[in-house]
Design a binder for this molecule. Structure first.
Ligand code: UDP
Ligand code: MG
Length: 332
């Protein structure tokens, strides 16, 4: 298999038919042996029917359909796709035609033309203005300052990469996955190419500003312990300021013989300190929560069914998680 194309799909019934049409056209014409891996991330609409029809139609020689037991998120879908992939080169692409299969093939050509690179990553050249673009710009700045790994600003999950990179990603068992960070962490030579996302073909983006904020916070907590040091720094600074202030008060009462007015200053200091203590606790809580969830070692996703179609032969595979097939290791 030359190329595995991994497509996470969540409630994509409006855009998926258009995507599949474009994918079948472009990948069949490419002359490569391409495997299309469609991961249905617990869609509530008829995304699965569309996928089933596509598998049955034989429009592409190699198709794999993975159906999650519920919505596990895009990161889990990408991991499931990687687990099922068999290609020498793997790739991620969205199901909404904001990223075109033809662009993916160009990226594949760039990757295979040059031995020096192991990853070709598309980054959004221009972001549409507005709150989101501003926030995500800030995110990359803060992330890169805080963490020891560096992210390509405006990098997307739209990437084409060699088997070694895919296996390296699979070797990372963490529950809280932040694929852009994982790509930086595993390293390898990366070629960044600009692209302009198309209009969404149908449906709407699954990201609200709130979910983006949560995603950004999760990414930072996953790849940096700087926030923990931040609370230490804030604590030391306030303690120093407090001591200096106490000294000033002493001079004021003992030497200058002024009676200090107590309660406004006390209230202010109490509020500030209380706020900082809660902030620090919150930061620690973020990490503690992560440790708690990671220590349960739950599977990252549950694939209720996996179907592979190769050259007209359709095989139904047993349900599985990222770690095991259920038929071999039953859940106890
Ligand atoms: N997606 C997914 N699970 C989710 C949310 C999104 O698999 O919980 C998929 C979605 O179907 C799409 C891709 O991730 O193929 C990107 O989602 P979206 O277009 O909403 O994000 P945007 O392009 O706005 O960043
Ligand atoms: Mg999109």
């Amino acid at each position: 298999m030359d190329l595995s194309v991994i497509v996470p799909c969540y409630n994509e019934s409006d855009s998926l038919p258009h995507f599949l049409e474009a994918a079948a056209r472009d990948f069949n014409a490419s002359g490569l042996s391409v495997e299309l891996i469609l991961v249905n991330d617990g869609s509530a609409d008829n995304t699965q029917d569309i996928i089933d029809d596509f598998v049955a139609s034989g429009a592409m020689p190699h198709v794999c359909s993975v159906k999650f037991s519920r919505n596990f998120g895009k990161e889990a879908s990408m991991l499931a796709g990687l687990r099922e992939s068999t290609g020498d080169v793997c790739s991620f692409i969205d199901a909404d035609l904001q990223q075109l299969p033809s662009t993916l093939l160009e990226m594949y050509a760039r990757l295979t033309a040059d031995d020096t690179y192991d990853v070709v990553c598309a980054y959004q050249e221009e972001r549409k203005g507005g709150m989101r673009a501003w926030l995500s710009g800030r995110f990359y700045g803060v992330f890169n300052r805080m963490s020891s790994i560096q992210l390509e600003p405006n990098a997307s999950d739209f990437r084409v990469f060699r088997r070694v990179v895919a296996d390296s990603l699979l070797a990372m068992p963490e529950y809280h996955r932040f694929t852009k960070g994982l790509f930086s962490w595993v390293g390898f030579e990366t070629l960044a190419v600009p692209y302009t996302p198309e209009q969404r073909e149908g449906g709407e983006s699954k990201w609200s500003v709130r979910s983006l904020l949560r995603y950004a916070l999760g990414g930072m907590v996953s790849f940096s312990t700087a926030p923990l040091r931040l609370s230490m720094a804030i604590g030391s600074i306030t303690a120093l300021v407090g001591m200096a202030y106490l000294f000033v008060l002493l001079i004021d009462t003992v030497v200058l013989r002024n009676t200090p007015s107590g309660y406004p200053t006390l209230l202010a200091v109490m509020l500030i300190l209380g706020g900082m203590i809660l902030l620090s606790l919150g930061i620690i809580g973020q990490y503690l929560g992560r440790i708690y969830i990671e220590s349960k070692r739950r599977p990252i996703y549950i694939a209720a069914s996996v179907v592979r179609a190769d050259d007209g032969q359709v095989r139904k595979l047993p349900p599985r998680t990222n770690e095991a097939h259920f038929s071999q290791t039953p859940l106890s």
